[in-house]
Structures are given as C-alpha cells and as structure tokens.
Design a protein around this ligand. Structure first.
Ligand SMILES: Nc1ncnc2c1ncn2[C@@H]1O[C@H](COP(=O)(O)OP(=O)(O)O)[C@@H](O)[C@H]1O
Ligand SMILES: [Mg+2]
Length: 365
C-alpha cells in the first residue's frame, strides 16, 4: 500500500477523468482502489459503477493518459474490476450478493416480455457482467425454452437451490423442476411459496445483475415479488397496439407504490423491416410505447422491430442477441440493455451506495 501523499497525487491526477454513464469523476465516485506507487510507476484498480458499461476501454485509456500527463507517472497500469455488492445488499438476507435486481414486467401477456428479459440478460452478460435470470412466471414459465441450458438447477438439500447455467447466465425456473418430475418444490401454498423459495433459497453467488421475468399483469406473485425482492429498478414492456394504456399504467403504479424506480418503458414488435426491400413498415400504430412513456412520465428505452428470427431464436434456445447479433432486433435489445445499465449506475451513484461500500473496503485494508 502506498502513502496517503502518493494516493492523493494519483487521485488528483485522475481528477478530470469522468465516468461517461454517470457523468461524474472516477475519483469523486470512489471508483479507484488498491493504488500502488512504485518508483515512477503506478498500478490501480477501477471498480465499475456500471458493470455493463460499453466504455471499459475508454475508461482505462483516459485514466492511463491522465496518470501520465497530469500525474507525471512514467508507467501506469489500470485494471478494470466489477464492483462488490454494496453494503446495503450485504446486510440484507434476500439476494444479498446481487448488486442490481431488474424486474421486467408488462400489463398483459404475449407482449414479448420473456423475450425481452432473456435478451437483456444476455446483452448484459456479453459486456462481462455477472448475470442471473429468475423466471417468476410460475404459471407460464418460458425461460428454459428460450435459453439453452448447459447445466440444470438442482435442489441438493432442503432450503438450498443451485441455479442452472445457460451460456454463462445463471438461471432458475419452476419449469426445470416440473420437467424432471420434482414436485417437492411446488408443495405448500404453491405459487407464492415457490416465488419466495426462489427469492430466498437460490444460491446465486455474486451477481452484477439479476433479471426477473415477471408474470403478466399485477397479481399475487407480482406483489409478493415487489414487496420482498430488493428491486433496483423495473422495465415495463408493451407493444404498439397495446392501446390499453391502463394496463401499463397499473404496472408502473405497482412499482411506484412499492418504491421501485421505473427505469422506463420499451416497445416490442414495433415495426416490420421487410427482408425484401429493407423498408420499415409500422403495421400497428407507430410510437405507442413512446406515447405511453411520455404520458406516464417515465423514459422510453427503445423499440424492437418484429422479426421472425426473434421468435425462431427464442424457440431454439438461443436469443437473437446471441444467434444474430448484428440484426436490427439484436441491436435494439443491446441498446435497451445499455440504457438500463446506465440508468442503474446513475441511481446507484445518486444513492451513495458506492461511497458506503468503498469506505468498508477501505477500512478493511
Ligand atoms: N420482436 C419480435 N418479433 C417477432 N416475434 C416476437 C418478438 N418478440 C417476441 N416475439 C414472439 O412473441 C411471442 C410472445 O413473446 P413472449 O416473450 O413469450 O411474451 P410474454 O412473455 O410477454 O408472454 C413469442 O412467440 C416470441 O417469440
Ligand atoms: Mg413470458
């Protein structure tokens, strides 16, 4: 460990380097860890505020440049690391090692909610973040179909559930247990019980993001989840022809009443891009999601075009961001995931969780 003086010199040199998603300084956001000064060189770790940031390389470059020019160091090495779950998460029981918990919800079924959940999860995972997905649609679980699963979940003993692994994403769904005829998990006050078991008994390890695929609407499971899961934010999915604004409003209202920030509304099956002429056709009404978002006063996260490849990829277990990463729907999902991650980083910076976790690490050193 280096002297206080040396550390200050490093932090001062980094003074002008901004975290692009939050728009504040890396030093101010307490992202800098493990500073080691030796001779004219310096090494340090930069703990991401946004674990899914698309700006990893830029951050590394900017820091190195600042350390050399402003700090006068002859050599600089910056290692980007994913953050530890914050202190608030560590002290609570439910999902204690999960940094961000994202609910994906919709006013009604069949709008492409599960497809959105798996594609967001996979897009986040591609950035290097540690990701899990919880299929909370107990009556209509579809995640195991949509995600080719390398390793299925297990319940080795009473009260312990180990998630499965699907292409690097940790995954849990009631469907895995039903398929294998393991009815034990469904005993008890069935559905709410199963939801609570998933919240409390799954050993996720450390996750940057847990995506929760909600059942459609605003029933019992949704309330159980919103009251018991420490949700960091919610994404509400709609389609352009979903003129039932009240359904979406009710979903947004449910989160707001339970104190969960609504990160925004996204629209699926927005338009059809003709594979013959390449022209974008708005088969339903255009701009429905945007209008709904405006009228409720939440951000619009983006629209995903209709594409048979989205449905095919889902049916085969390889989400479109994985099977056709350069297609328009994949780009749209990736952009939505990027906005979600950026918004979560802003919330976490605003709530000061970073400062708390940093102080804890600092004292431990
Ligand atoms: N952008 C899209 N283009 C084409 N088909 C889609 C798109 N999004 C979803 N689908 C299909 O619509 C159906 C319903 O989607 P799903 O994600 O299961 O909805 P929900 O979870 O809201 O019930 C699925 O067959 C899915 O493959
Ligand atoms: Mg679904």
């Amino acid at each position: 460990m280096s002297s206080k003086e040396e550390q200050n010199r490093v932090l001062e040199a980094l003074g002008a380097v901004n975290e692009p998603d939050v728009g504040r300084g890396v030093a101010e956001l307490e992202m800098v860890r493990n500073i080691q000064v030796e001779g004219g060189g310096v090494t340090l770790e930069l703990a991401l505020v946004n674990p899914a940031t698309p700006h990893r390389e830029k951050l590394e470059r900017d820091c190195i440049e600042a350390l050399k020019s402003a700090g006068g160091f002859s050599a600089a090495k910056v290692t980007i690391v994913n953050p530890e779950p914050d202190t608030e998460a560590r002290t609570r029981e439910t999902l204690r090692n999960v940094k961000n918990t994202i609910a994906v919800a919709s006013g009604k079924g069949g709008v492409g909610k599960s497809t959105t959940a798996v594609n967001i999860a996979m897009a986040l995972s591609f950035t290097g973040a540690r990701v899990g997905i919880l299929d909370a649609d107990i009556y209509g679980p579809s995640i195991p179909t949509m995600l080719y699963t390398d390793q299925t979940p297990e319940a080795p003993e009473q009260g312990v559930i180990l998630p499965g692994v699907a292409m690097g994403i940790k995954v849990i769904s009631i469907a895995y247990f039903m398929r294998r005829g393991q009815a034990a998990i469904m005993r008890g006050p069935m559905v709410t019980g199963a939801t609570m078991q998933f919240l409390q008994q799954v050993d996720w390890g450390v996750l940057d993001y847990l995506v929760i695929d909600y059942p459609p609407g605003t029933g019992d499971i949704q309330l159980t989840l919103s009251q018991n899961a420490p949700l960091t934010g919610a994404v509400v999915v709609t389609t352009p022809q979903d003129i039932a604004l009240t359904d979406v409003e009710r979903a947004v209202d449910m989160f707001e009443k339970t104190g969960v920030p609504v990160l925004g509304v996204c629209e699926t099956m927005s338009s059809f891009i003709c594979d013959g002429c390449g022209k974008e056709h708005f088969i339903f009404r255009s701009g429905g999601g945007q209008r709904i978002a405006n009228s409720i006063g939440v951000p619009f996260l983006g629209g995903v075009p209709i594409d048979p490849k989205v449905a095919d990829s889902g049916d085969k277990g390889f989400p479109i961001v994985h099977s056709h990463p350069d297609s328009e729907p994949a780009k749209a999902y990736k952009q939505i995931a990027e906005s979600v991650a950026a918004q979560l980083a802003i919330y976490s910076a605003e709530s000061g969780h970073y400062l708390k976790s940093f102080q804890l690490d600092w004292q431990a050193m």
